[in-house]
Design a protein around this ligand. Structure first.
Ligand code: C2E
Ligand code: CA
Ligand code: CA
Length: 662
């Protein structure tokens, strides 16, 4: 231990006489153990006794306390000696000193020997930047051009695997180092997500490096900053599993199957086979839930999925689409025949009684099948056809199997009529924004509202969005609808403000609005015409639009943010495959989908993960569909900022909403 010195009383007179301020700090007791005359002056102390009596832990920040413990470890492990600019606060006055620290053994205990080299001039900027560097949780390292370390800030020192580690040795995969070096050679800076060695073992760091000069020697150097994102990486892996699998049955869910569907079907067609999709829906499953309870309902779904899996050949796949709906995909040279045989066996097997809560229960199923023999593969169409066939099977008396036939599509004539009706309604101003309160979880105060579209139909009364939004999407009316609702919401925000209410408003954007190049211009126009405050407007987009074309998405988001409006990700948790976009895009809020909130008690995993994510990413978290005080307190405990839901109020026409807030 060449750098660690031992405390020997004989040396004292000499140290006392030095004009260099020297003191020994007792890390365990957070007190000065000894100081020479020059140090007493630095500390503004009358006597050694008075200085020793000061309890330094009193105004010591947590980070400084942690740092001291780490210093002790560094002394013990690496015989470390280091110098740092430290700010002391004798009698409350900041004093910046360059201090050299080394370990000293006093009666068998490791203490810290401090040697102040000079009194640095207290330029406030220097002082603050030195402080910032000392206290930031970001890891900052300066290497020379050969990759040897010149400086590490305390956070970096706390993490480094061993103190002489070089820039290159930091990496687990040399390729990451090479990629960064290439970036530096090309542009002088580079970024990379990489696995690195640390004192805690392998971690994921987001690394940024730029070429610079060492301020002391003037030589070329590399300034490296790192953030540990290991927790985010784990969350991402978990999220992707949760997003692609049904937690209850362990089968792939709608997302999970989507990624497999296309390759599976294409390969089969290339092999000269035909393919079929089979939609299976349990008949009157709701009765089971209602009469035997959710737990029995869940158990039935688990056992049904087991029965299904057992019937399938090795090349046939099953997924749970949601609720009591399953999808089977299969391929065969003559697939209709195979589908028919398999379908009949499924009907027979699923309807066999099973024992639940001490009762024998049996439930039948209905199956719809669509077939693609050759030619262009259109999955959406196949899914729609299987769905139509399944409903036809139900109409035909359940416990039944039906192939798709074009006659089933006649319904779409009715759809066309409805679309005409919608266009008429849009011209006539029949679409009205209702407002559902957004509530601050901590204070219970209403801080804004989400605008939700309602159709005040002259004959059919007030209609809900699920009866017209899908048709608007198909028929190309959703942009006009969106513009009308946005306009009403923006005007409403302005009116609230005129009445002295500082409320924000959020508005849903459909995916086809989002890809409309005229979107930002439209929003700007609406803001200008209405006098709505831009920072009080939040636009809600779904995750699916964030997974599309990076460049285009980024531009759209940036131009919206440039207007000053906020961006929320709606229905969060239902559609993602990776979370990288959360870091990349300028988002402000995440809205947890209602399904996770309603399932909190039984399956909190996803909601738990989303709360963690929001905290890590510094995003405002909004929970949707909160109906019970239990759900609210669960969310409050985890730091969720806002909620919406029937617990406070459903969406209301604006005059009724006003009664809530006035
Ligand atoms: P969303 O954006 O997820 O809106 C929340 C939906 O949950 C609303 O249904 C709301 O009434 C309902 N809700 C709120 N609190 C609770 C609760 O505590 N329990 C339950 N069970 N439900 C609750 P709504 O109004 O039927 O809207 C359905 C969807 O239609 C919306 O889902 C949104 O995606 C879409 N939508 C509504 N208005 C517009 C619009 O102006 N433009 C576009 N593009 N889409 C809209
Ligand atoms: Ca919404
Ligand atoms: Ca939502």
């Amino acid at each position: 231990m060449k750098n660690v010195i031992s405390w020997q009383g004989d040396n004292l007179p000499m140290l006392e006489a030095l004009s260099l301020p020297l003191w020994v700090f007792d890390i365990d007791h957070r007190r000065v153990f000894w100081a020479n005359q020059a140090a007493l002056e630095v500390w503004g102390a009358d006597s050694l006794l008075e200085l020793q009596s000061r309890d330094m832990s009193r105004d010591m920040s947590v980070s400084v306390a942690q740092r001291l413990n780490q210093y002790r470890q560094d002394f013990e492990r690496d015989n470390a000696v280091f110098s740092e600019s430290w700010t002391l606060y004798p009698k409350g006055q900041p004093r910046l000193l360059k201090v050299v620290f080394r370990g000293i053994l006093v009666e068998g205990r490791m203490m810290m020997f401090c040697e102040a080299q000079n009194n640095l001039s207290v330029d406030p900027t220097t002082l603050r930047s030195a402080e910032a560097l000392m206290h930031t949780s970001m890891l900052v390292t300066l290497y020379d051009s050969a990759g040897m370390v010149l400086y590490r800030n305390p956070s970096a020192r706390a993490k480094v695997a061993y103190s002489s580690e070089t820039w290159r040795q930091h990496f687990i995969h040399d390729g990451d180092w090479q990629a960064l070096q290439q970036g530096i050679a090309a542009t002088g800076e580079a970024r990379q997500l990489a696995q690195v060695h640390t004192r805690q073992g392998m971690r994921w760091h987001e690394i940024a490096v730029r070429a610079c000069r060492d301020g002391v020697s003037g030589q070329d150097a590399l300034l490296v900053t790192e953030v540990d994102i290991t927790d985010l990486k784990h969350a991402e892996a978990r999220a992707s599993f949760l997003a692609n699998h049904d937690v209850l049955t362990g089968l792939p869910n709608r997302n999970g199957i989507r990624s497999e569907l296309l390759p599976y079907l294409q390969q089969a067609l290339r092999d000269g086979r035909q393919v079929a999709l089979m939609f299976i829906d349990l008949d009157r499953f709701k009765n089971v839930n209602d009469s035997l309870g959710h737990a029995s309902g869940d158990e039935m779904l688990i056992r049904m999925s087991g029965r299904l899996s057992q019937l399938l050949g090795h090349d046939e796949k099953v997924a749970r689409l949601g609720g009591d709906e399953f999808l089977v995909m299969l391929a065969a040279p003559d697939v209709a025949e195979r589908a028919e045989t398999l379908g009949r066996r499924i009907l027979q097997t699923l309807s066999m009684p099973m024992r639940l809560s001490g009762m024998d229960v049996s439930v039948s199923a209905s199956i719809g099948i669509s077939v693609c023999g050759e030619g262009r593969l259109d999955i959406e169409r196949m899914m729609r056809h299987a769905d139509l066939a399944m409903y036809a099977a139900k109409d035909a008396g359940r416990n039944n199997l039906m192939f798709f036939a074009p006659s089933l599509e006649e319904r779409s004539q009715a759809q066309l009529a409805l679309e005409r009706d919608i266009r008429r309604g849009l011209d006539g101003g029949e679409f009205i924004a209702y407002f559902q309160p957004r509530v601050d979880v901590a204070s219970g105060r209403i801080i804004g509202a989400e605008a939700l579209a309602r159709w005040q139909h002259p004959l059919r009364g007030v209609l809900m969005p699920d009866t017209f939004i899908p048709l608007c999407e198909d028929g190309g009316m959703v942009r006009e609808l969106g513009r009308q609702i946005l306009t009403q919401a923006a005007r409403q925000q302005r009116q609230w403000r005129d009445r002295g209410l500082e409320l924000m408003v959020s508005v849903n954007l459909s995916p086809s609005q989002f890809i409309d190049p005229a979107l930002a211009g439209m929003v700007e126009q609406v803001l200008r015409d209405s006098g709505c405050q831009p920072d009080r407007l939040e636009l809600e987009i779904t995750e699916s639009v964030l997974l599309g074309d990076d460049e285009q998405t980024m531009q759209t988001l940036q131009s919206l943010r440039a207007l000053g409006v906020r961006i929320a990700v709606d229905d969060f948790g239902t559609g993602y495959s990776n979370l990288a976009y959360l870091q990349r895009y300028p988002l402000t809020s995440l809205k947890i989908d209602r399904s996770f909130v309603s399932d909190l008690e039984r399956r909190p995993a996803i909601a738990e993960m989303i709360t963690t994510l929001c905290r890590m990413m510094g995003l405002n978290m909004v929970a949707e569909g909160v109906e019970t005080p239990q759900q609210l307190s669960w969310l409050a405990e985890r730091g969720c900022q806002e909620y919406q839901g029937f617990l406070c109020s459903p969406a209301l026409p604006s005059h009724l909403f006003a009664q809530l807030v006035l």
